[in-house]
Design a protein around this ligand. Sequence first.
Ligand code: EPZ
Length: 421
Amino acid sequence: MEKIIVTGGNPLRGTVQISGSKNSALPIIAATLLTGEPCVIRGVPNLSDIQFMCDILKWLSVKVTHHKADGVVEVAAKHPLGVAPYELVRKMRASVCLLGPLLGRLHNCKVSLPGGCVIGDRPIDQHIKGLKRLGAEVVVENGYVHARCHELTGADVFMGGRFGSTVLGTANMIMAAVLAKGTTSIEGAACEPEIEDLCNFLTSMGAKIKGGGSHIIEIEGVEQLHGADHTVIPDRIEAGTFMAAAAITGGDLEIKGARAEHLHAVRDKLEEAGVTITRNNGTIRVTSNGDLKPVDVITMPYPGFPTDMQAQMSALMTVTPGISVITEKVFPNRFMHISEMARLGADCALEGSSAIVKGVKHLSGAPVMASDLRASAGLVLAGLTAEGETEVNRIYHVDRGYERIDQKLRAVGAKIERVAE
Ligand code: EPZ
C-alpha cells in the first residue's frame, strides 16, 4: 500500500488541469451495455473506480478496451452476461448502476448488493421501487438483486427518498426506461450535472429524453439504441477540491477545464468564507490572502452544496478563526475525517449530523488514516496547511477519485510525495 507525505506551509500557485468526471464516466460506461454496437467514451479519468467498472464489464463478456493514457474507453457489448458477482461489485458501490442497463437490455439480471461503506448506509429502495414501476419483478435474496421482466413498460415514478433525490437511482431508472415500451416520467429526479451528461450520451445513442438535469425527466422508449462517441464532463468535485486547496494554503490557483456553472454552491460558500474567485474564458481563478471567515454549510442534492465537498470544506474551517457548523443532510454519518483531523489538532465536535468546527491557529502534522475517497481528500488538504509532516495512509482511497493528486499538487508548489507504506 502507498501513503502520501505532505509538508504544510506552501501557498499553492500556478495552473491545474481538471480531469473528466468519475461520477459521469461510471454510469455512462454502464450505459454502453444498452447496445451491441461499439461506443467510445472520451475524457475518462484514469482512476481505480473506472478500472473496476471496466473489469466488471469484461467479466460480463463485454469487449472493453481501456486506453488509460488517452482517457478513452471503447466498449462493444454484443452479448453481455446478466450476472455481476459480489467479488467484483463489493469493490465499488457504484456498480449498482449496472442494474438499469442490464435489465433494459436483457430483461433478466442479477447484481450483487454492494454492501455498506464508511460514509453510511447505502440503501437501494428507490432503485427497486423505480424498476418495479416499470414492470420488473425485483427480488433481493442471497445478497443479490435479481430483476426480471417480460418487457418493461413506461410509467410515472417519483424518485425522492428520505434524503431527497438519488443520483444512481435516477441513472438506473433512465437506463431502464430508454428501451421500455411507452413513456416514462421521472419526478424528483436527481439534477446533478452527471445525470444531464448521462442523458446527453443516451440521446446520442438514439434515446428520446427530455429534461435531463432537471427534476422532471420524460423518456419515450425506443426499440433499440446505436453506438455513440461521447466526451464526459469535467469533474466538478476535483475542481472544488483544488479551489479549497487554494483557499486553505492562502494561494493563487488557476483551475482549467472545469465548468463554472457546475460549481455555483461551492463558489458561493468559498466567497462567503473570504476567498476571491474570478472567471475568464474557461478558467476559474481562486485566490486567498489567508484571511478566512467561518461559514455554516449544509449539504444537499444538486444544486445545493455537494456532500462530496463536505470533508474538504470541513478541513478549511478547521483553520478558520471562529465557529463553523457543517451539517450533512445527504449522508448524515459522513464524518470519518473529523476524528482524523483532530489528530492534526483540529477542534471539532460532532452533534448528530453536524460537525461544530472551532478554528485553530494552525494544525500540526501527524500520521492519519484515510477512510473513504472524500475524507482522504480532506486530510490531504489539512496536511497542506499543517505545520510539519502529515502522513496520509491508505491513499488508495484517494486514487479512486483523483487522478494523480500528488503530482497535480506538487506541480503548483505543494511539498508532497507518494511513498510505499
Ligand atoms: C452518488 O452516489 C455519487 N456516486 C456519490 O459520490 C455522491 O456522494 C452521491 O451521489 C450524492 O451526491 C456516484 O455518482 C458514483 P444517492 P449515490 O443515491 O447515487 C439515500 C463520491 O465520493 N438513498 O444520491 O449512491 C442514500 O442513502 C461518491 O464520488 C436512499 O435512501 O448516492 C443517501 O443518503 C460518494 N435510497 C442519499 O439517498 C435509495 O434507493 C443520496 O444517495 C438510494 C439512495
